[in-house]
Design a protein around this ligand. Structure first.
Ligand SMILES: [Zn+2]
Length: 176
């Protein structure tokens, strides 16, 4: 088993994972086989490249699984550094005063890199942010909800992190 290169900035994406997974990830990245991994597992990318399509895709999932949740106001691809470093996406919940009534607004931001990505990878992020409608924290019921929306959520979340590494290496072949 090869040692994990903890000096690799890429490994920051996998901080929460157990050592055996980190070792596998480290081997995959350092062997230069990440691009083959994606080509084999996900030969083509999703079609939700416009913000209109992204909103419709997200809202359809929301209607399917979180019918009684509040209205989703917007979903946007955004180029923001913290999206990549921390959460890969954000779910902002604001209360705006409209006259005397407080109106809730839900906005989801998706890291710009996911505009051209495998569908399962985009879905993992969308599912994650939608789950924040119900659960603010990353607790057990949060992840149960994620797995309810995407049965192999944990696998796809790991692939989402691997995909961010692919992008940083300049190897995103889903991009035109
Ligand atoms: Zn989260």
């Amino acid at each position: 088993m090869s040692a994990i290169d903890n000096t690799s900035p890429y490994m920051n994406y996998f901080n929460g994972y157990p050592e055996p997974i980190r070792a596998q990830v480290n081997t995959l990245i350092s062997s230069g086989k990440l691009i083959q991994y994606f080509k084999k597992k996900y030969p083509s990318g999703h079609q939700y490249n416009s913000e209109k399509a992204l909103y419709e895709y997200t809202n359809t999932l929301k209607q399917q699984f979180l019918k009684n949740a509040a209205k989703l106001n917007s979903v946007k691809y955004e180029k923001r550094k913290e999206l990549v470093l921390n959460a890969l996406g954000t779910h902002t919940f604001k209360r705006h005063a409209h006259g005397k009534k407080l109106k809730a607004q839900h906005h989801i931001a998706v890291a710009n890199q996911l505009k051209y990505a495998p569908l399962e990878v985009l879905k993992a992020l969308v599912v994650h942010e939608l789950a924040h409608f119900k659960e603010k924290d990353h607790n057990k019921s949060f992840y149960n909800l994620c797995c309810h929306m995407q049965a192999n959520y944990f696998e796809c979340e790991l692939d989402l992190r691997l995909f961010m590494v692919l992008c940083e290496k300049g190897e995103n072949f889903y991009s035109p």
